[in-house]
Design a protein around this ligand. Structure first.
Ligand code: HEC
Length: 202
């Protein structure tokens, strides 16, 4: 029955004259195919990948070439090391740079804007605290309230507690500006102060 059908179809297939040469014999339930060769550039690329695969396979199977996992680990390690170097060198608190920033003409505007946009939500508009600790009291969870230790906390954050590493986000100038803003909370009385957290330093 099916033979009969495909015989019928064969008769109905329309082929242009210039296609007759490349018409394949096979008949897929009445569907016929033309034998178009693949483009040369495509074949060339394909053969290149085959040639490439031989030394690649040998190197990775028998030659002890680094696996992707190993290369990845090494790259991550290198990145971590350079991050650490950066943190240690450029990330350090520098009193001179700090004083230069807070003496600058735009300091007040930058400090106010940065605190309002990036810190207020968690530390309160006047530093009284909220999600984050009170920044106006003498109690500190990290460091002793000195410019240097507060700078370090702002710069590197307390990421697992939800306090971002602001150094990378804001850059040094804004961190210095907002550091001064935070330092100025000391001795003020916030409208809605959070209970003290951490150790007291006077
Ligand atoms: C998403 C909420 C959040 C934001 C936004 C935030 N912080 Fe914090 N911050 C925290 C939390 C939570 C802690 C306490 C971490 C802990 O418990 O160790 C903290 C801790 C601190 C501390 C250390 C306080 C201490 O007692 O040692 C300082 C300083 C600080 N933040 C400054 C800032 C500054 C400046 C900004 C804006 C650039 C900011 N924070 C933005 C949540 C936040």
């Amino acid at each position: 029955m099916s033979d009969h059908n495909s015989e019928n179809n064969k008769e109905q297939v329309q082929v242009f004259d210039d296609e007759k040469k490349i018409l394949l014999d096979h008949d897929y339930d009445g569907i016929r195919e033309l034998d178009h060769p693949l483009p040369k550039w495509w074949l060339f690329t394909f053969y290149l990948t085959i040639i490439f695969s031989v030394p690649y396979y040998l190197a990775h199977t028998f030659g002890g070439a680094d696996s992707i996992q190993k290369e990845f680990k090494e790259e991550v390690l290198a990145a971590q090391n350079s991050q650490k170097e950066y943190d240690d060198e450029k990330g350090k608190f520098n009193l001179e740079e700090y004083q230069k920033v807070i003496a600058g003409p735009k300091f007040e505007k930058i400090a106010k804007k940065t605190y309002k946009r990036k810190c207020k939500a968690c530390h309160g508009k006047d530093g009284g605290g909220g999600v984050g600790p009170n920044l106006a009291d003498n109690f500190w969870l990290h460091g002793d309230g000195s410019l240097e230790t507060v700078y370090n906390t702002i710069n590197k954050g307390v990421v697992d507690k939800g306090m971002a590493a602001w150094g990378a986000k804001l850059g040094k100038e804004k961190v210095y500006a907002v550091l001064k803003y935070v330092a100025d909370f000391k001795g003020t009385t916030p409208s809605n102060p959070k209970e003290p957290q951490g150790k007291e330093y006077k």
